[in-house]
Ligand binder design. Sequence first.
Ligand code: NIG
Length: 389
Amino acid sequence: MADSLAVQHIGCLVTNDPASGEGPLGVRHDVDLVVDDGRVVAVQPAGTALADRALDAGGGCVLPGFVDSHTHLVFAGDRAEEFTARMAGRAYDGGGIRVTTAATRAADDETLYRLGTARLAEAHHGGTTTVEIKTGYGLDVATESRLLGIAARLTDEVTTLGAHLVPAEYAGRADDYVALVCAEMIPRAAGLARWVDAFCEAGAFSAEQCRAVLLAGRAHGLGLRLHGNQLGLGPGVRLAVELGCASVDHCTHLADADIDALAGSDTVATFLPATDFSTRQPYPPARRVIDAGATVALASNCNPGSSYTTSMAFCIALAVREMGMTAEEAIAASTAGGAMALRRTDIGRLAPGCRADLQLLDAPSYHHLAYRPGIALVRATLVGGRLVG
Ligand code: NIG
């Protein structure tokens, strides 16, 4: 049965379609947005749209839902003590992944699903309409398989991340663990995951180990993504570009050669500034990356260790305040940029034909997302034209 919706009296509509509105965000003023069967069909003057259902925007701002292209939403346990120790001066080194792995292995499926569902609801309330979810807190074949199944109940954008850290039982035998990831974990991910990822960093996995994991994923039909250049300079960004990864995530420490590589590629540089906030790292050199011509995204990296937030608005505020991004760049990076990092064209924009994934702000413009940090500005979040938050 046909189902149409009119979002009426929008004061400021961000379409992300420069051909249909002002500036890089394709902004329209005083319009109605018409949705049919979950897709955007038209934008027309305010007060003219009729449909089966109506949502009154009351002059507020409507923009595409956030596309959070990097999360670790399914886990058990708590690492508040690690955060507190960090604020007292301890450095972040990723070792706490093993703490979360122990708690996650001990949790049953329904508990993990309930925890993931609650975090997804929190993300929806913050304006997020698509989340990518990585495994990576199982680190054994059985638990990684369980996490894949649970993540697939929460999103279509599932990533297998067996190569997150070498588990304690493989200490000193990283190559053996990589062989297990390639031979046992990745084949089980086919049909549940869309992506394969690895943590390329001193103390995690070397470039050659990551290459083996990503190529195994590719052989099983998975798209490639990589964690790179989080804690220091390293080979991650250049490996990601060489292998044609859809995205390389973190990009906190970049050499000129990394920026040149990104600029000459279609690999998206995904910044995770809430991580740099929470681990007291420098922020990524976003200005240099953008000015060089690379495509960028912003994502939350929600996880219990380095970034326990689902708030994309917080990431936008950091990007504008700390990384020299304009409000327009930050909004684009957290919507259309996230969609590009997931190689999606049906989300991240509000143009005819796109999925009606949108957020309505209790604010007159998108500038308020950075201008009013910490304030819950999202009045409604819709996925496919249906209220989710
Ligand atoms: O992206 N860098 C690797 N993985 C996560 C951190 C996970 C954790 O500390 O639990 C990240 O920051």
